[in-house]
Design a protein around this ligand. Structure first.
Ligand SMILES: [Zn+2]
Length: 66
């Protein structure tokens, strides 16, 4: 494998499905990621999206018939 190929095959850790910690911080609290920003200005939207995606995945796994 080429040198460039090795670099591009390495996945950055942020690419993984990151589950936000529970309980989530309040909107005006400091974000859980340690950025010292308010949660609503940092991970709030990303967490909502992530939780929606996780919920959708769980629903897709469970049977919906009947
Ligand atoms: Zn954050």
């Amino acid at each position: 494998m080429s040198f460039l190929g090795r670099i591009f095959n390495r996945k950055p850790p942020g690419e993984e499905l990151q589950v936000p910690p529970q309980p989530l911080p309040q909107r005006n609290d400091a974000c859980w990621c340690g950025s010292r920003k308010k949660y609503k200005k940092c991970h709030l939207e990303a967490d909502q999206r992530q939780l929606t995606r996780i919920r959708e995945r769980e629903q897709a796994c469970s049977p919906v018939f009947g």
